[in-house]
Design a protein around this ligand. Structure first.
Ligand SMILES: [Fe+2]
Ligand SMILES: [Fe+2]
Length: 133
């Protein structure tokens, strides 16, 4: 069963929504690879692709939020740094065999789905405030 975005996860910002959807697709293909593949190199290629896209998405989102004159921009950027740090730590723990497949999947899902859910609420309220000004 693959992860799908719910209606309430869409922010109304086309760039961010499209990137969140790409993130979910990459997350699904990473989970599939971790579950199905016996080739560790294949798994790590997926994990690094996901990690690179998350980093790219955060930079784009920070630019978008800057454009929207986000009053909580610094808190949001800090949240991105922490999330990227957690994701990197989780991948390196997997590499050093400190965590197994199930825990890796659980942790990356928690990281990224938490991001999408929280972002959708924050960004929606910024867009709403901005559109009232
Ligand atoms: Fe986001
Ligand atoms: Fe964000």
């Amino acid at each position: 069963m693959s992860i799908q975005m719910r209606e309430e996860d869409f922010t109304g910002n086309a760039v961010i929504d499209a990137q969140h959807q790409t993130l979910v697709e990459l997350l699904n293909s990473t989970i599939e690879s971790v579950r199905e593949s016996c080739d560790l190199e294949d798994i790590f290629l997926k994990l690094f692709e996901l990690q690179t896209y998350v980093d790219y998405h955060f930079r784009c989102e920070e630019i978008e939020m800057g454009v929207l004159d986000d009053p909580e921009e610094f808190r949001h950027i800090n949240h991105h740094h922490n999330l990227l740090y957690t994701l990197n730590k989780c991948i390196s723990h997997y590499g050093s065999r400190h965590i197994k497949n199930d825990q890796l999947i659980e942790e990356i899902c928690q990281c990224l789905l938490d991001h999408i859910c929280k972002d959708s609420q924050q960004i929606k309220s910024y867009i709403h405030q901005h559109s009232l000004q």
